[in-house]
Design a protein around this ligand. Structure first.
Ligand SMILES: N[C@@H](CCC(=O)N[C@@H](CS)C(=O)NCC(=O)O)C(=O)O
Length: 237
């Protein structure tokens, strides 16, 4: 399988299938087509469209089969590897895992646009408005419910790592990157996702990248700069 992605520092959608494949030890070839300066670069679109009819990443090439849209890719991986519990096995857990993953795929646009994923910076907390607060509250409820109902077997939403955790992994990066306060259950979940071998490896790749994408570099003070060699002039708060 070949997984087509963009910048690890910026492409939150790319992280989802990459993390799933990595956590489950499924071999794949990574094809990284970087945004050099902006998301709407026509050269980038042309290169990506060879693999992805919608002209977006991620895309998965499995022999003759092309799959795009992160959630469809996770389902394709689950179909291809039925011996692995990509989705939880228990029907009630699986139904919830699929529902919250679809909710993630379709929603939380206020949080996503106010707090673009960028692993290079940690920004101080601030009031980001009622819509972002509502997204954070809903995500926290989802995480607490999943952990309480199905999380007994491990530190992830359904105990063992599953596709649902891959879907929410970029949200954990937004929460830590923008210092969004969480309750202890959600904080422990964020820590568990970010401690995975896959997330750590993605993060190291992200921090080694040279690209700065203006629209994803929040014009906010920075508490921690993980790419000091690339720093723009910023006032530390
Ligand atoms: N719904 C899509 C979203 C994919 C997406 O928006 N990817 C971004 C990169 S993180 C992209 O390709 N942006 C370029 C563009 O929109 O032209 C999915 O789940 O895969």
């Amino acid at each position: 399988m070949k997984l087509v992605i963009a910048n690890k520092n910026h492409s939150s959608w790319s992280l989802r299938p990459w993390l799933l494949l990595t956590q489950f030890g499924i071999p794949f070839e990574e094809v990284l087509i970087p945004f050099a300066q902006a998301f709407d670069d026509p050269e980038w679109k042309r290169a990506v469209s060879v693999f992805s009819p919608g002209g977006k990443v991620p895309a998965l090439i499995d022999g003759e089969i092309q799959v795009w849209e992160s959630l469809a890719i996770l389902d394709h991986i689950a179909d291809t590897c039925p011996e692995l519990a990509i989705w939880p096995r228990d029907p009630a857990a699986k139904a919830m895992a699929r529902s919250i993953s679809a909710e993630m795929h379709a929603g939380f646009s206020a949080l996503r646009s106010a707090c673009p994923m960028n692993l290079a910076w940690v920004h101080p907390p601030k009031d980001r408005g009622a819509k972002v607060a509502a997204d954070v509250a809903r995500i926290s409820t989802i995480w607490r419910d999943a952990r309480a109902r199905f999380g007994a077997g491990g530190p992830f939403l359904f105990g063992a790592f599953s596709a649902a955790d891959a879907m929410f992994a970029p949200v954990t990066a937004r929460f830590t990157g923008y210092s969004i306060p969480l309750d202890p259950v959600c904080t422990a979940y964020v820590d568990a996702v970010q401690a995975t071998r896959g997330y750590q490896s993605w993060r190291l790749g992200a921090l080694a990248e040279p690209w700065i994408i203006a629209e994803d570099e929040a014009q906010e003070p920075v508490i921690t700069d993980f790419r000091p060699h690339l720093s723009r002039s910023r006032a530390l708060s």
